[in-house]
Every structure is written in structure tokens, then in C-alpha cells.
Ligand binder design. Structure first.
Ligand code: 4NP
Length: 148
């Protein structure tokens, strides 16, 4: 799960997906394309909305996405089109590029919609982001769980 800062959207996506996946073969992680918040815990507002939904994301620490992640992960879900362009620009080949998917295309195939960056907004933005990610993660988890 990848966003810009790895403190608002992708930590929520990581926590939500982990709560839905029960395949032991699946490893879920998150990262940011920017390094501004490396080493920090998720934003307080992400921690709060996760907690309201029974998910604890306080152990997460922000890290920057690296080219190595293309080797380590089969699927790379990005939150918005800017993240998409940044991540794809680091891919070494077509196989790596095809691992990168806009997360909301799981819910709205082919529409290339962004999960809005809630950083400068209020709590409503975080609730809205939570609901979008929850819906997308239901679909992703179903696919992962079905594949063993
Ligand atoms: P995120 O939100 O990409 O969902 O973690 C942001 C957090 C911090 C910044 C931008 C987006 N920032 O510019 O510091």
C-alpha cells in the first residue's frame, strides 16, 4: 500500500487489509513515495479512525518506497494518480510496472479515481478515506483469500 507520506492513507490501507486477510501466504506492508515523515507513526487522525473501527495501527512506522519493493511484492496498490506516476517511474521493466494498481480501480474498474489526500483536511476526510479503503480492501482480501 503506497501513498505520499505513509502517515495517513497507506497506513490505514495496510491496517484494514491485514484485518481482512487470513491467508498466511500474504504479507501486507505500506510505504510512501516521499521521505518527509520517515520513521514517524501514522497521523493521529488515521490512528483514531482505525481505532473507532477496531483496528490498531499504532505500531506502524513510515518508510519510503524503494525499487527493492518491486522484487518483494506481487501487488503494489497506490492511493492516487500522482503516487502511480512516482512508483511506475521507479519500475525497471513491464512486469514490475504491471504490479502497480490504483486501489480504487478495485471498486470502480478503469475509472482511475484518487483516494483524496486527507492531510490538510478535517476528521471527515479521514472517515471518508477509511470508508473508501474499507470497500476496496473487501474486494482485495476476497481475491487474496480465494487464492489461498
Ligand atoms: P498521506 O498524506 O500521503 O496519505 O500519508 C500526506 C501526509 C503528509 C504529507 C502529504 C500527504 N506531507 O506533505 O507532509
Amino acid at each position: 500500500m503506497v501513498c505520499l507520506g505513509n502517515i495517513c492513507r497507506s497506513p490505514l490501507a495496510e491496517g484494514i487489509l491485514k484485518s481482512k486477510v487470513y491467508s498466511f501466504k500474504t504479507f501486507v506492508d505500506s510505504a510512501g513515495t516521499g521521505a518527509y515523515h520517515v520513521g514517524e507513526k501514522p497521523d493521529k487522525r488515521s490512528i483514531a479512525i482505525a481505532k473507532q473501527n477496531g483496528i490498531d495501527i499504532t505500531d506502524q512506522k513510515a518508510r519510503k518506497f524503494t525499487k527493492e519493493d518491486f522484487k518483494l511484492f506481487d501487488l503494489i496498490y497506490v492511493m492516487d494518480n500522482s503516487n502511480y506516476n512516482n512508483v511506475v517511474s521507479l519500475a525497471s521493466n513491464e512486469v514490475e510496472k504491471e504490479k502497480v494498481k490504483l486501489i480504487l480501480n478495485e471498486v470502480f474498474p478503469g475509472e482511475n479515481l484518487d483516494v483524496p489526500d486527507p492531510y490538510y483536511g478535517g476528521d471527515f476526510g479521514f472517515k471518508n478515506v477509511y470508508n473508501m479503503l474499507d470497500e476496496a480492501c473487501n474486494i482485495i482480501a476476497q481475491q487474496l483469500n480465494n487464492n489461498g
